[in-house]
Design a protein around this ligand. Structure first.
Ligand SMILES: [Zn+2]
Length: 100
């Protein structure tokens, strides 16, 4: 009996075909894979590790980096306000929400 996720179409179905019955496998496909664990999804050759893994954390978006970028945007908004107040700002303003 197929799982409810397979019947409703929410879960990806294994793409393997049974040699004996010629029917398609009814197991859900493994995360990020086309086949289930019985049909080669967890083989060492197909398991994505490191930067290829879908949940890989690269460490480039740290809290410190976010804080530095936010502080820079606050300074930019202040400079833009000064320039706009003096009538020196000719180009478009920075898009997006302004820091409070
Ligand atoms: Zn399968």
């Amino acid at each position: 009996m197929p799982l409810p996720g397979i019947v409703s179409g929410k879960a990806a179905r294994c793409a393997a075909q049974c040699r004996a019955t010629k029917e398609r496998c009814w197991n859900p496909a493994a995360f990020g894979m086309a086949t289930c664990r019985y049909h080669g999804a967890r083989r060492r050759q197909t398991v994505r590790t490191g930067p290829d893994h879908p949940k890989y954390k690269h460490g480039q978006e740290t809290l410190g980096a976010k804080r530095r970028r936010s502080d820079g945007l606050v300074r930019l908004a202040e400079y833009e306000e000064l320039l706009a107040g003096a009538g020196k700002l000719t180009g478009p303003r920075t898009r997006g929400p302004k820091p409070g």
